[in-house]
Design a protein around this ligand. Structure first.
Ligand SMILES: Cc1ncc(COP(=O)(O)O)c(C=O)c1O
Length: 422
């Protein structure tokens, strides 16, 4: 059951707006759906970048095989919830040398190697520390996925080793004494709502994994499939049919697992937005009404400083209105509105010509699909507004999960200096 409007009104009245809220039951339900549909084929790797909130990481921990992190700070977050380092993979381009060393020191499960230089650096540190670091080689496929909102492959990319160069890279990696190649990783695109396209893409991964494993002559321990599952952000989008994805890949994965070389390979679906996006809302209050040249403008207290993606500025080619609901007046007669944020720039537009039940000053609006790539994917310090609070609602229990250290209204003292807590 979705979070009720009355609950949102109650939270806003108590603690103000804007705020993010994540529905724990809905998150558990999405993991259960994934388990029912893919449990026999795949484990799940949660991409921490989608939402690194500590309360949320604690919540998803029992359901995930691994946490994929993309910075050393994300390693620290995952360790902070008590997850053992063996369940961490570390992907991402331009890892700093200190991050690579830190990952090796922490004995994380696998470093996802994105370049030969990174492999050399990791090997040198592992040798110095007297360990062998397990690695997954990330491969950048030669062709890009079709019908994906965002595609990284089939062109020049900072991610992974180009498929054409894999043979050469494997020969070099085999000479590096500090590394143990235990598998492969592909994440070639995201936000697809087309099950056939996702299944085709994953079938392509299997072909690449097979060829690379033969070239390296290893029995891989892990194969990471960057899933690319999308969300219906626009009003006209249908949710992804995950059963159809499973139907499209099941035979291929079973065949792969039946081959002796792949019998002990753990296949992992890596994703973020599909798991935690829909259970999250950004709630903003309408602080003003303005008529301008025929447009009914409503001025909201959340801007792209709070949610870059919903304002169409994160990987969006054609800006579309996200799904938004009027929490305060869900049954009023509808009209068309332009919703804008508080920032002093004309691009701070949440929605244009969106049809909503009459929106008045003081109303609360909820931006749906906001549990992933929300607050931490936004330029929160622009114009120095306080950061939204974050809550996890678990049944009747509301957990304040706010992590902001930038809510400095209260902390600037009269001398203009920031008060720092000891
Ligand atoms: C390596 C890797 N894995 C997983 C993800 C998660 O993608 P999504 O949240 O779209 O599922 C990303 C997103 O950028 C990524 O870079």
């Amino acid at each position: 059951m979705a979070i009720s409007n009355s609950k949102l009104v109650e939270i806003a009245a108590a603690n103000g707006t804007p705020f993010y809220i994540f529905d724990a039951a809905a998150i558990r339900d999405r993991f259960a759906q994934l388990e029912q549909t893919f449990g026999a084929l795949f484990g799940v790797s949660y991409a921490v970048k989608a939402n690194p909130n500590l309360e949320l990481l604690r919540l998803v921990d029992p359901f995930v095989a691994t946490f994929d992190v993309s910075s050393y700070k994300e390693i620290e977050r995952v360790l902070a919830i008590g997850c053992p380092p063996e369940r961490i993979t570390f992907s991402g381009p331009a890892k700093r040398e200190a991050e690579v060393r830190g990952a090796v020191e922490q004995r994380i499960g696998e470093l996802v190697v994105e370049s030969l230089h990174e492999a050399e650096v990791a090997s040198a540190h592992a040798v110095e520390l007297g360990v062998r670091q397990p690695i997954l080689l990330r491969i950048n496929p030669a062709s890009g996925p079709k019908h994906f909102g965002v595609s990284f492959s089939g062109r020049a990319s900072q991610f992974g080793i180009d498929e054409e160069e894999v043979g050469q890279a494997l020969s070099r990696i085999a000479q590096l004494p500090g590394l143990e190649l235990v598998g492969f990783h592909i994440y070639s695109g995201t936000n697809s709502l087309n099950p056939e396209a996702i299944a085709d893409n994953m079938t392509g991964f299997v072909r690449i994994f097979r060829a690379a494993s033969e070239q390296a002559d290893i029995r891989p321990r892990k194969l990471v499939f960057g899933a690319g599952f999308g969300l219906p952000y626009g009003a006209a989008d249908e949710p992804l049919d995950i059963q159809a994805v499973a139907a499209g890949v099941e035979a291929t994965i079973r065949e792969l697992k039946a081959e002796p070389r792949f019998q002990s390979a753990e296949c992992v679906l890596e994703m973020g937005r599909w798991l935690v996006g829909p259970p999250g809302l950004l709630v903003t209050a309408v602080v003003g009404e303005k008529e301008s040249r025929g447009a009914h403008m409503r001025l909201c207290d959340a801007g792209f400083n709070n949610h870059l993606a919903a304002f169409g500025m994160m990987g969006t080619v054609i800006k579309r209105n996200w799904r938004i609901r009027n929490v305060s007046n869900p049954n009023a007669a509808t009209d068309k509105y332009t919703l804008v944020g508080p920032l002093c720039t004309s691009i701070d537009v949440l929605a244009t010509n969106i049809e909503l039940p009459a929106v008045r000053r003081g109303d609360l609006l909820a931006v749906e699909n906001s549990g992933a790539y929300g607050l931490t994917a936004s330029p929160t310090r622009f114009i120095s507004h306080p950061e939204p609070r974050e809550y996890l609602l678990d049944g009747e229990t509301l957990v304040d999960a706010t992590e902001s250290e930038l809510n400095y209204w209260a902390e600037i003292d009269r001398t203009g200096r920031l008060k720092r807590s000891a």
